[in-house]
Design a protein around this ligand. Sequence first.
Ligand SMILES: Cc1ncc(COP(=O)(O)O)c(C=O)c1O
Length: 348
Amino acid sequence: MFDINNLLRENIKTLKPYSSARDEYQGEASVFLDANENAFGSPLDQSYNRYPDPLQYDVKMRLSEIKGVPARNIFLGNGSDEAIDILFRSFCNPGVDNVILVPPTYGMYEVSANINDIAIKRVPLTEEYQLNLEGIAEAIDAKTKLIFICSPNNPTGNSMNRDDVETLLANFNGLVVVDEAYINFSRQKTFIQELTEYANLVVLQTLSKAWGLAGLRVGMAFASEEIIEVMNRVKPPYNVNEASQQLALKALQNIDQVNNWIRETLIQRDKLVLELKNFDFVVDIYPSDANFILVKTTDARGIYNFLVGKGIIVRDRSKVELCEGCLRITVGTPDENITLLQTLQDYK
Ligand SMILES: Cc1ncc(COP(=O)(O)O)c(C=O)c1O
């Protein structure tokens, strides 16, 4: 039976969070002399002299409308990378606990685990890039706190079988973190709708990919109220800055624009796959539910270096487990994709 108290670090259970000036007084007033800000303004056209809303209420209300989730089930971070780190800091005892990672997958889970001194148990994906449920079940022990599942997965591009993720959710007493950074490009439904079903589910999403706001650093975690409450206590008080909050709120009005880009990206992805298949050096292209494709080639390093020489940068993933010979190519604009394909014509 899942019980958050069995997971939380002792020091976090009793943690009294930093109480900011804005936490202590939230009402209307005409003179604010409580936060040691510069009362005159900012040396800019727009003023940023006041600290931002620590709980990002306006952005969450808008996200709540878009995602169909109450604001109290939403955490906002300085990118979803911050949410990943906060999960480690809230639930994993350094030098004691462990987490399960399923490589090949997004690299920050491992980096965050290492920074927080949390042991990693690796259960590689199957040859089809799906979860090895038996292996995961064997790897779980009393100190296993988190399992990270990236779906659609970076760098392979595919979604995980939904039934497999649900099996983990139903049987694991720690947190199952489903990273949906690329969900807007996927044929699969989000797991957000399952939050009422599974108390141990955390869904990560981000404004960095389909929303085109990687520079703003706004990531989201969706989870039960009690998990979100812990994450809010552990986070730095002003983790999403005022400019990012204002711009994210503005951007979140432009869903039509984003949906058009998603449609165009999928068309471009399919075209890119068809064209790339014609090259002799392409051995395989894996099915993608994301805005990138993983391409198995005869000479990943050679092609990578050739493209760098022409000013085109893709990601060489050939040293990654189960990705031998692979390049990861992000879908670009139509012009960028044509440039890539034309340049590759000259690769010998
Ligand atoms: C699977 C996955 N999760 C999370 C992130 C990080 O997103 P953010 O920009 O919100 O920190 C990335 C970025 O590449 C990613 O690929």
